[in-house]
Design a protein around this ligand. Structure first.
Ligand SMILES: *Cc1c(COP(=O)(O)O)cnc(C)c1O
Length: 401
């Protein structure tokens, strides 16, 4: 008897389409501690694919803080922060974030993603307008969708286009919220924050920025791109993650005390989920301590960014590697090389892995054009960068360790 078509058959067809477009993705396990050199399939691999910018995810001080918190508070938070899941270290972490950022208060979420979903949908609704940068992170895009507000996208980093949207549309809505990454995660460039905040003031709009890749990395004290761009103290809402430069897991929102009070009452992704685990909370708290006491980590990270950019530009000018078009403009430890197409990105990713270098080959639909995304860490050595560049220049021998 012939089987009738299964209602799940479309899954195979969808996967086949992904394969055909070179868009299909798989996971690869890395062994051991995170760091500039990791182990993959029993081979040491230079790591240019992590968001652990300060090299803290494998730091013994964070591990010790997490272990101590587990001994004191257990492994699970056991409930929502509003019920049994609220511990003293949650408030300590929230105070430490507000202190780092120079804001009144902060609130921690289970992830940066859920911080954006919960915050955006608490700020705006169906009578409101969201203006969103074209290259914003998925969590901002989906937060805006979830809110039910009217969403308009403005051209990437283009404050003139944002102004046009405000001039023609702002009046028709109750509230208006502008959403932008500060550091764009797949390009490494920065948003024009002072211009955005001026426009928001003129047109009576709120601004929410996503500091996921800025916190701990940019600014004199490591507070982030808001500090770096001279906008500390201006009224805006900052969201970020504990899982990148802070080497832990979780997200946060920071700004006015009244906003945090509202979020504790209105953000569904904070109210109806379990409080951040004691271990993650303590590790993030220890990371903020390191950010205060070891500014030399940031300095080292920026030296490596400078070194990589200079060496890549020299290579691209002298002998551009096959299929690699250009280095995208960046003001962060995210350095991207634009390549001809998805197949070229994959081929380069695989070639580099074969010679012991781990980079992300990022393709549509994540980004509009395929690229190799290289991320730097404060713990990279000068020779690590030299080996990466040599691996991109076949014919040049890679220096030995
Ligand atoms: C990583 C990232 C997030 C999500 O943070 P998680 O804590 O990993 O959920 C949000 N926004 C941006 C821009 C990111 O890069």
């Amino acid at each position: 008897m012939a089987l009738s078509p299964s209602p799940y058959d479309w899954i195979d067809q969808s996967l086949a389409t992904l394969h055909k477009a070179h868009w299909h993705r798989v996971v690869s396990p890395l062994d051991g501690l995170p760091g500039p050199v990791v182990t993959w399939a029993n081979q040491p691999m230079l790591n240019f694919a992590s968001n652990d910018y300060l090299g803290l995810a494998g730091d013994p001080r964070l591990a010790a803080a997490a272990i101590a918190a587990i001994r004191t508070y257990g492994t699970g938070s056991t409930g929502s922060r509003l019920l049994s899941g609220h511990r003293p270290i949650h408030r300590q972490l929230e105070s430490a974030i507000a202190d780092l950022k120079g804001t009144e208060d902060a609130i921690v979420f289970s992830s940066g993603y859920s911080a954006n979903l919960g915050t955006i949908s608490a700020l705006v609704g169906s009578r409101d307008l969201v203006l969103s940068d074209q290259y914003n992170h998925s969590s901002l895009i989906n937060g805006a969708r979830l809110s039910g507000a009217t969403v308009c996208t403005y051209a990437h980093g283009d404050s003139d286009d944002l102004r046009r949207h405000l001039e023609t549309q702002r009046q028709q809505y109750r509230r208006c919220l502008i959403l932008t990454d500060t550091v764009f995660s797949m390009d490494g460039d920065l948003c024009p924050l002072p211009e955005i905040l001026d426009l928001a003031d003129t047109h009576g709009a709120m601004v929410l920025v996503d500091e996921a890749h800025g916190t701990g990395v940019l600014g004199k004290t490591g507070a982030g791109a808001v500090e770096y761009l001279g906008c500390r103290g201006r009224s805006l809402i900052q969201v970020g993650t504990l899982s990148k430069a802070l080497g832990s897991l979780g997200g946060y929102v920071t700004g006015s005390a009244t906003l945090m009070d509202l979020l504790r009452n209105r953000a569904a992704s904070w109210i109806y989920t379990t409080g951040l685990s004691p271990a993650d909370t303590a590790a993030a708290l220890a990371a903020i301590q390191v950010i205060h006491t070891e500014p030399e980590r940031r300095a080292r990270l920026w030296q490596r960014v400078q070194q990589l950019s200079t060496e890549l530009d020299a290579l691209l000018a002298a002998a551009p590697p096959e299929g690699i078009r250009r280095r995208l403009p960046s003001e962060s430890p995210i350095v991207c090389l634009e390549v001809a197409d998805a197949a070229t990105a994959l081929a380069w990713g695989q070639h580099l892995r074969e010679v012991g270098v781990w980079v992300a080959a990022v393709r549509p639909p994540t980004v509009p054009t395929s690229r190799l995304r290289l991320t730097l860490m404060a713990t990279h050595e000068e020779t690590h960068i030299q080996r990466l560049v040599a691996a991109l220049a076949p014919g040049l021998a890679a220096p030995e360790d």
